[in-house]
Design a protein around this ligand. Structure first.
Ligand SMILES: C[S@@+](CC[C@H](N)C(=O)[O-])C[C@H]1O[C@@H](n2cnc3c(N)ncnc32)[C@H](O)[C@@H]1O
Length: 185
């Protein structure tokens, strides 16, 4: 169901890529041929185990290279592109993670993302704020109401494209997506 969104998000990635919140590798089939390697950052051993078949089938080398997006074990300017899908909602210190992504990207490097977060409509936002404590409790710290575009701006990226839309048939509180590309300078 979400594959077309993943295709859009991965389009244009190239060179050395760092993916934060790699999960079970659901983006692996959609890495473009221009990607030369992927360093996966994922704390959950289970996710990495579930990714095994996708990783093995990938013509692009993928290695688990880190455990925490808030503290990346890479030199400055190590990557040409970065990727995050449905992850910025959960990382506790999201600003630390965005600062780390900027640090490890080369100047002019691109950050591709799709994330659920704060909805464009006030009526939906009201419910997102109300439901957020329960969401966090039930879903491992996942937040409904982070303003993804604003956080990426605040982290100092230059937003190149940002598309905000509701992913159907997901309820709007959870399906308000921000999909885009931001540049690190
Ligand atoms: C909703 S899942 C999304 C997984 C995958 N990106 C996808 O699109 O299917 C969120 C992921 O973020 C990971 N995560 C949680 N805290 C993290 C952190 N501090 N650094 C990196 N990843 C984290 C979780 O383990 C989980 O795999």
């Amino acid at each position: 169901m979400l594959d077309p969104v993943r295709v859009r998000t991965c389009a244009g990635l190239s060179g050395r890529v760092v993916e934060i919140g790699f999960g079970s590798g659901r983006n692996v089939p959609f890495y473009p041929a221009e990607v030369t390697s992927v360093s996966a950052v994922e704390p959950a051993d289970n996710g990495w185990r579930m990714a095994a078949r996708r990783v093995a089938a990938s013509p692009i080398p993928v290695e688990r290279a880190g455990l925490d997006g808030q503290s990346l074990p890479f030199e400055d300017d190590s990557f040409d592109s970065a990727l995050s899908t449905w992850t910025l909602c959960t990382i506790p210190d999201v600003m630390a993670a965005l600062a780390e992504v900027r640090r490890v990207l080369v100047p002019g490097g691109v950050f591709h993302f799709v994330e659920h977060g704060l909805a464009p409509d006030a009526s939906v936002r009201k419910w997102q704020h109300r439901c957020n404590p329960l969401q966090r409790t039930l879903f491992g710290g996942c937040n409904l109401n982070r303003d993804i575009g604003a956080l990426i701006d605040e982290a100092g990226f230059e937003m190149r494209t940002l598309d905000r839309f509701y992913e159907k048939p997901t309820p709007k509180t959870l399906g308000a997506l921000s999909l885009g590309v931001a540049v690190s300078h």
